[in-house]
Design a protein around this ligand. Structure first.
Ligand SMILES: [Zn+2]
Ligand SMILES: [Zn+2]
Length: 138
């Protein structure tokens, strides 16, 4: 795992183990770019993971991270927008067995927890912490 620490660029290099649990249910490896194992620790990263943990506890169902940080190469590969929040940090989440009812409950929880960008898709929910809230449905 290669960590680009955008938060403390001038600070000491912190060693992160990919399987280190950041919260009770989420570890660094849940959020790495799948092509290069990169993760960019932007200022909103830990708040985002903490909100996911609160969501996990509130709704009580496993949350599967289907996409976290993406390098430019991977973002292009999956057809992401050139200005995608995944290039900084965002998550796409799903439930076990593509449970649409539970996905809807997770979406309501995301709104209540104060995520910035919330995109409802057929197969996942996109979440980010943009400062101006935006909701969309595809
Ligand atoms: Zn990559
Ligand atoms: Zn997304």
């Amino acid at each position: 795992m290669k960590v680009q620490n955008a938060m403390f660029q001038a600070g000491p290099q912190v060693e992160h183990s990919p399987n280190y649990y950041i919260t009770d249910h989420f570890m660094y490896s849940d959020f790495l770019c799948p092509c290069c194992d990169m993760l960019k620790i932007v200022p909103a990263f830990y708040r985002h993971v903490s909100l996911l943990e609160q969501m996990r506890e509130k709704v009580g169902v496993p949350i599967i991270i289907t996409s976290g940080y993406r390098c430019k190469h991977h973002n292009d590969l999956v057809g992401g927008s050139p200005r995608s929040w995944h290039l900084l940090f965002a998550t796409d989440i799903n439930t076990e067995n593509d449970d649409k009812d539970k996905l809807k409950i997770l979406c309501e929880a995301a709104v209540n927890l104060g995520f910035g960008g919330i995109g409802q898709y057929e197969t996942h929910i996109h979440l980010d912490l943009r400062p101006e809230p935006l909701r969309w449905r595809r």
